[in-house]
Each structure stands twice: as structure tokens, then as C-alpha cells.
Design a protein around this ligand. Structure first.
Ligand code: 5GP
Length: 178
């Protein structure tokens, strides 16, 4: 693995594929214990979480379903700023165990907002899995049940995450250089 360039920025290797594999297997093992008999519905948040969700779901060995959603921004009022709304959820989640699968939790606002919108649909419980979590950036109270990696404040690409839509196909995770 070596430093790569995407558009105007340089990125250096940060988390390699085998570490990602181990972390995904660790999370899946925990989920297989927690979710047995619940027939959970995994909600993969596109685009960033597609690779993580595919690898994670492959390791799930209890009855489970998966579906794909997007959070799309629209302009709210001045006080609420940019609001993100769920698109693409066809399933009825009432009384179901839902597992949100996200790529990264940074300030936490996206996750908080997503959870709030899902809670209005009266699921039995909502669990949250994220590949990456930046605890130093967190600005709201959101409970994360499964975290593959805690990382410092820094911009990440690869393994599904993009820089201006590029870099999602990288097998490993890279961090921007200063
Ligand atoms: P939050 O609402 O937690 O601040 O941000 C969540 C969203 O911001 C993520 O789903 C992701 O799209 C984007 N994001 C935050 N940090 C990064 C990062 O380091 N790299 C990439 N590629 N996206 C990020």
C-alpha cells in the first residue's frame, strides 16, 4: 500500500484490508449472538456503506433481511438548516428489529436524524452499526451498538467512502495527508 492521489489531495494508507476483515467478523459474531431469532432488517445507508454492508451481511448466520436506503438533503428553514430525509424504504418496520448500517459517524447529526425518522415508524428496536466513528467530532447524543473502528478527526476514503465520488473502490481505508 502506498500514498495515492485523488483529484487534488493525497491520501495515505490507514486501515488495511485484513484489519477490516477482522473487525467485520468481530461485529458479525456479536450480532449473530444479539440478533438470533429476531429476523432483523439490515438497513444499508447508500452510497458509502455498500461495501461494509455486503461484507458484514455475508458473515451473518441468523435469519436476516437487508434493504437499502439513502439520506437525501433538502433545505430546511433557517433554524433547522440542511435536513436529510430517508428515501427508498419500502418495508414496513413496525415491531421489527432494525439494524442501521452506516459508513461513518462524524458529528452524529445524520444518524440522529435517521434514527428519529425510523422511530416514527414504531420499530421494536433500532441498532446501529458503523464502520468508522470519530468520537472527537460527535456533537449529539447517539448510541452506537457496533463500531468497527474509532478514529481521530480526519478525512477518510476507500472501502465505499468517497472523495467527490471517487475512491469508493479502494480495498483499504486511506486518510488524507496534511
Ligand atoms: P455526520 O452527520 O455524522 O457529521 O456525517 C455523516 C456523513 O458525513 C457520512 O455518512 C459521510 O457521508 C460524511 N463523512 C463524514 N466524515 C467523512 C470522512 O472522513 N470521509 C468521507 N468520505 N465521508 C465522511
Amino acid at each position: 500500500m502506498s500514498t495515492i492521489q485523488i483529484k487534488d489531495r493525497l491520501f495515505k494508507p490507514y486501515i488495511d484490508r485484513s484489519s477490516i476483515d477482522s473487525a467485520v467478523k468481530r461485529l458479525a459474531a456479536q450480532m449473530n449472538k444479539d440478533l438470533a431469532g429476531k429476523r432483523p432488517l439490515f438497513l444499508c445507508v447508500l452510497n458509502g456503506a455498500f461495501m461494509f454492508a455486503a461484507d458484514l451481511f455475508r458473515e451473518i448466520n441468523v435469519d436476516a433481511e437487508i434493504t437499502f436506503i439513502r439520506m437525501k438533503s433538502y433545505e430546511g428553514t433557517q433554524s433547522t438548516g440542511i435536513i436529510k430525509q430517508i428515501y427508498g424504504l419500502q418495508e414496513d418496520i413496525k415491531d421489527r428489529t432494525v439494524v442501521i448500517v452506516e459508513d461513518i459517524v462524524d458529528t452524529g447529526f445524520t444518524m440522529q436524524n435517521l434514527k428519529k425518522q425510523l422511530e416514527e415508524k414504531n420499530p421494536k428496536e433500532i441498532k446501529v452499526a458503523t464502520l468508522l466513528f470519530k468520537p472527537d467530532s460527535l456533537q449529539c447524543d447517539v448510541k452506537l451498538d457496533y463500531v468497527a473502528f474509532e478514529i481521530p478527526k480526519a478525512f477518510i476514503v476507500g472501502y465505499g467512502l468517497d472523495y467527490d465520488e471517487l475512491g469508493r473502490n479502494l480495498k483499504d481505508i486511506y486518510v488524507v495527508t496534511e
